[in-house]
Design a protein around this ligand. Structure first.
Ligand SMILES: C[S@@+](CC[C@H](N)C(=O)[O-])C[C@H]1O[C@@H](n2cnc3c(N)ncnc32)[C@H](O)[C@@H]1O
Length: 299
């Protein structure tokens, strides 16, 4: 018992030093990466045609959100196909992504549903089993109500309210982490969070003395508050930059040479790639207005 306490005491000093070194190394690495200039290749083109021209196994990471076929009013794309032909089309772009991904690559596929159409994301992921293994299912929580320390409910984040006697407000979407063989390694602690109960740091050997645990698969990523949608977010179905940043970090910053978003929209994935200091990014978008906005945001 006493020797254990002694070991902990000597460890505590070690841990503090380790932590300082770790924080310094991370800050240095981040500073180095943020100095890197991302090479952007953004094309006004149908992604199936465009991806077919890229070399096989040339992409490490795909973060994307296709149209969900839920009748969203895009500028150019008609989001109202018959379900079967929509799923057939999804197979076409998914086959290209599979061809392009390196064996240890990741596809983070953001999909939402409508309350009256709840099976769509699941149907699509079932179809994609012929190309990928579902390695993780992440819940992107846009809004949540939690009790604070006084027991009062605090609600945080934004969502589109539904006026319905049957359906709940839809406050989340999925991010399916699909990989070629289910064995893509992840940098779980890059997205880690501190332990609430600090005794866990010493209790679990795998912490290596670091106050950091895996965040898990529920990510609270609220949309930024905006005043004028047409000017500040001129697209009907975006994800926040932070959602894409989380995917980059989880896949492993140092393991991404080239990232792809086949459904670029106004470029939130590209902004995340830029901020993370990735070397190379390729994106496709069929709508010139959205592509123009993406380019404007990237300067
Ligand atoms: C859900 S949105 C993506 C939004 C993006 N994640 C963002 O945050 O801005 C899907 C986008 O795919 C585009 N799109 C639809 N069909 C496409 C195709 N065949 N090739 C490339 N882009 C396409 C649409 O114009 C739309 O902007």
């Amino acid at each position: 018992m006493s020797s254990r306490t002694g070991a902990q005491a000597s460890c505590l000093w070690g841990h503090r030093a380790c932590r300082l070194v770790f924080v310094f190394a991370c800050t240095f690495k981040r500073a180095l990466l943020s100095c890197r200039v991302t090479n952007f290749d953004l094309r006004l083109e149908d992604c199936v045609t465009g991806m077919a021209r890229l070399a096989a196994e040339s992409i490490d990471l795909v973060v994307t959100s296709p149209p969900y076929n839920l009748g969203i009013r895009y500028g150019k794309f008609a989001d109202t196909a018959e379900r079967g032909s929509y799923l057939d089309w999804c197979e076409e772009w998914a086959a290209q992504i599979r061809r392009l991904l390196r064996p240890n690559g990741s596809l983070f596929l953001n999909l939402g549903a409508a309350p009256s159409n709840p099976m769509l994301p699941h149907e699509l992921v079932l179809r994609l089993r012929k190309f990928f293994v579902l390695q993780n299912t992440i819940h992107w929580v846009k809004s949540i109500a939690l009790p604070n320390d006084n027991g009062d409910e605090i609600s945080s984040g934004h969502f589109k309210p539904i006026n319905s006697p049957r359906y709940l407000n839809d406050c989340h979407e999925y991010v399916f982490h699909l990989t070629p063989n289910g064995k893509t390694p992840l940098d779980r602690l890059a997205l880690g969070v501190p332990y609430q109960d600090k005794s866990n740091i010493a209790r679990w050997g795998h912490t290596g003395g670091r106050d950091r645990r895996c965040r898990g698969n529920t990510w609270f990523v609220p949309y930024e508050t905006i005043q004028r949608r047409a000017r500040e977010r001129p697209h009907p179905a975006t994800f926040p930059v932070q959602l894409a940043t989380n995917c980059i970090l989880l896949h492993g910053l140092t393991r991404v040479e080239r990232m792809l978003d086949p459904f670029l929209g106004i470029g939130n994935s590209a902004v995340a790639a830029h901020r993370a200091g990735l070397t190379s990014f390729v994106g496709f978008e069929i709508d010139g207005e959205y592509l123009g906005e993406a380019k404007r945001r990237l300067g």
